[in-house]
Design a protein around this ligand. Structure first.
Ligand code: HPA
Length: 267
């Protein structure tokens, strides 16, 4: 049996003309401009990468920037697809699997998230220490090929401790939190936010968790950042709007860019 989460070989090499990739970054809502600040290369549209699902969400550009950060050959995916778009888990994890197929052994996942823990102010990046997968899905559902990855995957350290230490060495002010990943696309009700707080979540979003699981399944290291784009429902006195999420992402982009530059160059 094949695994739907197997690495995808060759497509990144074909699109970039290089085969020495070591790290990949996925940029979430409103964070696309970070890519240009990290590598100087021209973007490659997702539509020009074989099999790559394109993004249909405002604030997700849907382009790959490929180049060196310091001396680390790095792939930066600006934009992602989400389960709430009706995408499959094979599609959601495709960039991760393509990056790993191209040789990457470090995956950095970023997202915009609603803040639940009020000591994480809007506009700040927060290191993801751990997650709650509340999507009701897992990329490991279905047939498994033990030669690709383990059926019963250990998730006791999804977000790599030494990479988190490296990030904090770049930005000692960085705080950590637990990310709750939900299916979306609705924002939460105030009652759901209260529930998430009780469950131990510090921030909430609609991505990342299944990508992180797929990356761990394939044996690579994962680092994650949430940008707190808004206070979660019931904490904020005003209704949530996607524009607000995209705007806060832009403000936090510069600080995230500096952290990513230090981490990637330090690998
Ligand atoms: N909830 C869920 N996902 C989000 C939020 C939120 O408040 N903000 C950005 N993504």
């Amino acid at each position: 049996m094949t695994s739907p989460q197997a690495p995808v070989p060759a497509v990144i090499e074909k699109a970039t003309g290089r085969s020495d990739w070591r790290a990949a970054v996925v940029l979430g809502s409103g964070l696309s401009e970070v890519a240009a600040g990290l590598v100087g290369s021209e973007p490659i549209s997702f539509t020009d990468i074989e099999g790559m699902p394109g993004s249909g969400v405002v604030g997700h550009a849907g382009a790959l920037y490929a180049g060196d950060v310091g001396t680390t050959p790095t792939l930066i995916f600006a934009g992602r697809v989400h389960l709430y778009e009706g995408r499959s888990l094979e599609e959601v994890t495709y960039p991760i699997r393509a990056a790993i197929g191209a040789g990457c052994d470090t995956i950095v996942l970023t997202n915009a998230a609603g803040g639940i823990n009020e000591s994480h102010p809007v506009g700040e990046p927060v290191l993801i220490a751990d997650h709650l997968n509340l999507t009701g899905r897992t990329p490991l559902f279905g047939p498994n090929d033990d030669d690709v990855g383990p059926r019963f995957l250990d998730l006791s350290e999804v977000y790599d401790r030494s990479l988190r230490d490296l990030a904090r060495s770049v930005d000692p002010e960085l705080k950590e939190g637990v990310y709750a990943g939900l299916l979306g696309p609705t924002y939460e009700t105030p009652a759901e936010v209260k529930m998430l707080r009780t469950l131990g979540a510090d921030m909430v979003g609609m991505s990342t968790v299944n990508e992180a699981i797929a990356a761990r399944y394939l044996g690579v290291r994962v680092l994650g950042f949430s940008i707190i784009s808004n206070q979660a429902a019931g904490i904020s006195p005003t209704p949530l709007a996607h524009d607000e999420v995209a705007e806060a992402g832009k403000k936090a982009a510069l600080r995230l860019q500096t952290i990513l530059k230090g981490v990637l160059a330090g690998l």
